[in-house]
Each structure stands twice: as structure tokens, then as C-alpha cells.
Design a protein around this ligand. Structure first.
Ligand code: AGP
Length: 601
């Protein structure tokens, strides 16, 4: 996700801003920029697509200096990486940097355009600075709060006004902002690493609270303009721990980000009337058959998409492994659509499929996490997952975001085809809105999953079984365990086990059994009894109550609409795999033999 830095004090802001931004590079970005209040009071902006080094080259020839400024590293969400889309953004007398996602920016942008506003970028951020500029007459604080009253979504803002020199205003909702306090200087940032080399003392900015940073001092107020004092905290982390937000591994940090990344991915795609993917998909009538293509976890997400889309939209879906599909001379024609799923957007096998689709004149939809990546640029239509940069090699938050996009796509197709009743549609839409809170509840039971990992980490093999959507989910649960703990594992359709593989079940063999649909619950319980009777130790994963006695351990899930339960059910399995990996002394974030993006065949 984006990184924000702001500086006010007696030293030169340019060097401190670029140094602070360099400490946030781990967050992933595609462009960078700064704005500085110069000695004459004017605010000058320098920004560029690409790495921080390119910005520093631009700055080296500028001779820019001043004692206050804001800086930004951009992880693109709206609008490809480009100089114009880079932050800061300006409108009139206002200059601003932003981290977050404004869910209603299109509607606000249309209103501003109708008022004659000309936009220079494709970003949601430029809408925010244009609103502050529209509301700004004499009171900057009033202009900021009038703006935050009309925007929906997540934001951390650093704002400067041409006619208020050496002053930075900072406010946040859902996106982080911390305020480092040094000797006669203040540094605002998205994360502590940005100022850890200058000071360990900092304030946490609360939601809706405004920080006013001026001449090396900071004061705080709220929407009532009442000033108040805050507790000054001291960071005990070292830089490396700080980059992981205090978590021991990026993977753990990213698993805990899932409530937010699910919200960032789903909420902007459901408008106030309950319409879905209006901005991304103008028309779906051309879609008669879907081929979901991906690799590894992306393909596993596709399996869940198939179950959902076929159930509700009654559109036939096939799920293909990209490395196979690209050479299979697939039978494709009128009405076929290829949906490419890829976190990195650079996977060679998946990119080859897009090229094949173009040769065959088959429309493509990309479900991609990296804006402007090769697959995103090549696909005819792109639906971005807003999971932010995923540093750990093993995907977690990007995978659940991919699944949530597939559920949105399924609902949209079902609505366009009239294959889903209003009650069902509204129930699933409401459930998707409850997903972030439900995911938080699942994460609260982390200690239980950790204890289970301690119980089973020495197993030689582990099996994952389920039926229907749960069978698809088990594929990802099994892969997570294999790729980070190096334990052999296999996912199996629960009803298929008895046709051979059950011969591998003997005393003490651990089996994870997942049952999240009412229709398959009893049948899965029967399959559990089949393996328990042969000595298996079963971990039962379900939201349903049961009489017990037919499994060894249980992972109880909070109940939301069963159609989207797999997104919740995977989280304990991610954490279980993580803690098994820890117990086995593996390199969780960088497992052996694996790469984050497989750009070779
Ligand atoms: C990493 O945890 C995944 N297991 C890996 O299989 C990944 O999903 C696959 O390599 C595809 O990567 P992509 O989503 O970037 O295309």
C-alpha cells in the first residue's frame, strides 16, 4: 500500500522526505513524489513514476529546499503507474498525498466535472484534493472536515495550503498515520520505520482526529475544533520488526490485514443501490462460458469461483491450470471468456494464456493485484484485488481477495441473467459486507490454531477433505501447508477418498475435514467417520453445531451466508500452516524453492 511522509522542522525537508520514503519502500510502490514549502512560501511539487532513485535524480537538478513538506510512495489502485497519477496531487491552493481507497470517488468526480473541474489523473486521490480546494475559503480545517464528511472509504491524508506556509495537516480513517516527534521537528508517516532513525517518540493519530504540524510542533483537534492532548508513545521495535508492523513475519502481518483488504476489495464494488462491478463491467451479455485460468493458489481461487458462479449464475465454468491450458489447444469460440487470476500479474504461464486468447480473439478478464502489471495491461477488462503489496511468498490476503472478486462476479452475472432471487442476492451482498468483521472474529482465535499446529507439526502427511466448495477450499489449505512447512499433504473430495486414497489412512494420520454447506454437512460427517474409524485424527472445520464424538479437534467458525464461508474457513488453515512452519523451523516468508512471482515456464 502507499507510503506517506511529512516533515516540519529546522532541517531541510527534501532529504528527510526522501530518506523517510526509502524506509517505506518495503511496502511496495510504483511511483514517488514530494511537495515542499519553499522559503518564499510557495509549494513546489516533484514526482515521478518508478523507483525512488528516479525521483531523487529529478530532485538533484532542482535545487528544491524548504523546512516543511510531504512525500509519497504510490501503490497504484486507481490509474496505472504514471507521472500524472503519482502523488502529491494539487488543486488550486491545495497539495495532498493520500493512502487508501475512496469508494465513492467516481460519483464525486462526476459532480466536480459537472462544476467545471478538469482532472489531470485517473486517481481517486485527485478527487479528494479537488474537494478540499472546493471547500477551502479561509479555514483549512473546516475545508478538510467538509471533505471527509462526503468521501467514503479509507484514507490517510497529508495536506498543505499555499497560503499557510510550513504547515501540514494530517487526518486518517482506516489507513494508518503516526506522528514522530523529534527535537524541534515533527515527522508524520504511514509507518514507524519512516522516522525511526530520527526519533522513537511518536503519537498514534486517531480516526477523524486532525494533526496540525507547524514549525516543528504538532497540535491535535477534532471536528469540533476542540484541541486536546495525547499520550506520547515510544517505539521499542528495531527497523526490521517495524517494517512488519511488529509481526514476526510478513505472512502473519498479511493474514491479519485480511479484514481490511477484503473491505478494500469488496466495498468499492457494491454501490448504494446494491449494483455490483458497475465501473468494471459495463456489459456481461457476451459471456456464455467462462474459463478461469491461473496457477497454484490463483487456480484454487478459481475453483471456488466455479462453485459459486455455476450455483448462482448458471454459467458453465471450467477451471484450468495455465501451464496446461496454454498448450491444450483449447476448444474456444463465440461466448467464451477467459478469466485470468494472478496476484503478481507477471506469471509467465498465465500471461501466455492471455496472448493465446488474443490470437483466438477470445475476450479476457484479469483479476489482478498489481495495477499496471503485464496481465493487467494485456487483459481486455481488469478487476483489481485491492490487497496491497503481498511480500510473503505464500499468498494469503491476495487469495481471499481473489475469491471475493469471483463472488462479486458471480452475483453480477446472476443478477444480469435473472438466475438469482432478490432475497438470495441481498442476503449474499449483506454477508459480503459483514465479511471483514467475521474475518476479525476468526483471527481472534489464532491461539487455538497455534495450539493445533503444535499438536500436529510432526506428522508425516496430512489430508484435507471436503465436498463441493469445501473440496475447492481444501486444495488451498493443503497447498499452504505444503509450501511453507514442507509437510506432505493432499486435498481430496471427501466422497472420493474411499475410491483408493483411504488406504493411506491409518492410526494417527491427521485429516482436516471442512463442512461449510448445510447440504453436504451430513455427508461430510459420514466421510469423517470413515476415516476416524480407521484411526485418523480429524480436525473438523465448520460453522455448524454438532454432537461431537466423531473428531479429535474442532475449528468453529462464525456463521455468515454459507455461499461465502470459504473465505472465512481458509483463514484458520492459513494460520495453522504458518504455525506448523514455525514449529518445523522453516523460513515462513521465503520458503525454499519458491518465488513470489514465477516469471518463467
Ligand atoms: C503462493 O502462495 C501461491 N501458492 C502460488 O501458487 C501462486 O498462487 C502462483 O504462483 C500464481 O502466482 P500469481 O497469482 O502471481 O499469478
Amino acid at each position: 500500500m502507499c507510503g506517506i511522509v511529512g516533515y516540519s522542522g529546522k532541517r531541510d525537508a527534501v532529504g528527510l522526505l526522501t530518506s523517510g520514503l526509502s524506509k517505506l519502500e518495503y511496502r511496495g510502490y510504483d511511483s514517488a513524489g514530494i511537495a515542499v514549502c519553499k522559503a518564499d512560501g510557495t509549494v513546489e511539487m516533484v514526482k515521478s513514476k518508478g523507483r525512488l532513485a528516479i525521483l531523487e535524480e529529478k530532485l538533484a537538478n532542482k535545487g528544491l529546499s524548504g523546512n516543511a513538506g510531504i512525500g509519497h510512495t504510490r501503490w497504484a489502485t486507481h490509474g496505472e503507474p504514471s507521472d500524472a497519477n503519482s502523488h502529491p496531487h494539487r488543486s488550486g491552493r491545495v497539495t495532498l498525498v493520500h493512502n487508501g481507497i475512496i469508494e465513492n470517488y467516481m460519483q464525486l468526480k462526476e459532480e466536480l466535472i459537472a462544476e467545471g473541474k478538469v482532472f489531470l489523473s485517473d486517481t481517486d486521490t485527485e478527487v479528494v484534493v479537488a474537494l478540499i480546494d472546493r471547500f477551502y475559503e479561509e479555514d483549512p480545517i473546516e475545508a478538510i472536515y467538509k471533505t471527509t464528511a462526503v468521501i467514503r472509504g479509507s484514507y490517510a491524508l497529508g495536506v498543505m495550503f499555499d497560503d499557510i506556509p510550513n504547515t501540514i495537516y494530517a487526518i486518517r480513517k482506516d489507513s494508518p498515520l503516526v506522528i514522530g516527534v523529534g527535537k524541534d521537528e515533527v515527522i508524520i508517516a504511514s509507518d514507524i520505520p519512516a522516522f525511526l532513525s530520527e526519533t522513537r517518540d511518536y503519537y498514534l493519530l486517531d480516526e477523524g482526529e486532525l494533526a496540525i504540524v507547524r514549525d516543528g510542533t504538532v497540535s491535535f483537534c477534532d471536528a469540533t475544533l476542540a484541541e486536546h492532548k495525547k499520550e506520547l508513545l515510544t517505539a521499542s521495535w528495531d527497523v526490521e520488526a517495524a517494517e512488519k508492523g511488529g509481526y514476526p513475519h510478513f505472512m502473519l502481518k498479511e493474514m491479519h490485514e485480511q479484514p481490511k483488504t477484503l473491505k478494500d476489495t469488496v466495498f468499492p464494488r457494491i454501490d448504494e443501490a446494491g449494483n455490483i462491478l458497475k465501473n468494471e463491467l459495463k456489459d456481461t451479455s457476451y459471456i456464455k462460458r467462462i474459463h478461469i485460468v491461473g496457477c497454484g493458489s490463483a487456480m484454487h481461487a478459481g475453483l471456488l469461483g466455479k462453485a459459486f458462479i455455476e450455483k448462482y449464475a448458471r454459467v458453465p465454468v471450467s477451471v484450468e491450470i495455465a501451464s496446461e491450458f496454454r498448450y491444450a489447444n483449447p476448444v474456444l469460440g463465440e461466448g467464451d471468456v477467459i478469466v485470468l487470476i494472478s496476484q503478481s500479474g507477471e506469471t509467465a504461464d498465465s500471461l501466455a494464456v492471455i496472448k493465446l486468447a488474443k490470437e483466438l480473439n477470445i475476450p479476457t478478464v484479469g483479476i489482478v493485484n498489481v495495477v499496471g502489471s503485464s496481465i493487467a495491461r494485456a487483459a481486455d477488462t481488469v478487476i483489481y484485488t485491492n490487497a496491497g503489496p503481498e511480500i510473503a511468498v505464500a499468498t494469503t490476503k491476495a487469495y481471499t481477495a481473489q475469491v471475493s472478486v469471483l463472488y462479486l462476479l458471480g452475483l453480477r452475472l446472476a443478477a444480469d441473467r435473472g438466475t438469482i432471487g432478490t432475497a438470495d442476492y441481498n442476503a449474499i451482498v449483506e454477508a459480503l459486507k459483514l465479511l471483514p468483521e467475521a474475518a476479525k472474529k476468526v483471527l481472534e482465535n489464532e491461539e487455538h490454531y497455534k495450539e493445533l499446529a503444535k499438536e500436529y507439526f510432526e506428522a508425516r502427511d496430512m489430508f484435507f477433505i471436503g465436498r463441493g466448495q469445501d473440496s475447492a477450499l481444501c486444495c488451498e489449505g493443503s497447498l499452504k501447508l505444503k509450501e511453507i512447512s514442507y509437510m506432505h499433504s493432499e486435498a481430496y473430495a471427501a466422497g472420493e477418498l474411499k475410491h483408493g486414497t483411504i488406504s493411506l489412512i491409518s492410526e494417527g494420520v491427521p485429516v482436516v475435514a471442512v463442512a461449510t454447506t448445510e447440504a453436504m454437512f451430513e455427508k461430510t460427517v459420514s466421510n469423517i467417520k470413515e476415516v476416524t474409524s480407521r484411526g485418523a485424527d480429524v480436525i473438523f472445520v465448520t460453522q455448524f453445531d454438532d454432537v461431537g464424538g466423531f473428531y479429535k479437534d474442532k475449528i468453529a467458525l462464525p456463521a455468515i451466508h454459507e455461499a461465502i464461508m470459504p473465505i472465512l474457513a481458509i483463514i484458520p488453515l492459513q494460520l495453522f500452516a504458518y504455525y506448523v512452519s514455525i514449529e518445523r523451523g522453516c523460513d515462513v516468508d521465503k520458503p525454499r524453492n519458491l518465488a513470489k512471482s514465477v516469471t518463467v515456464e
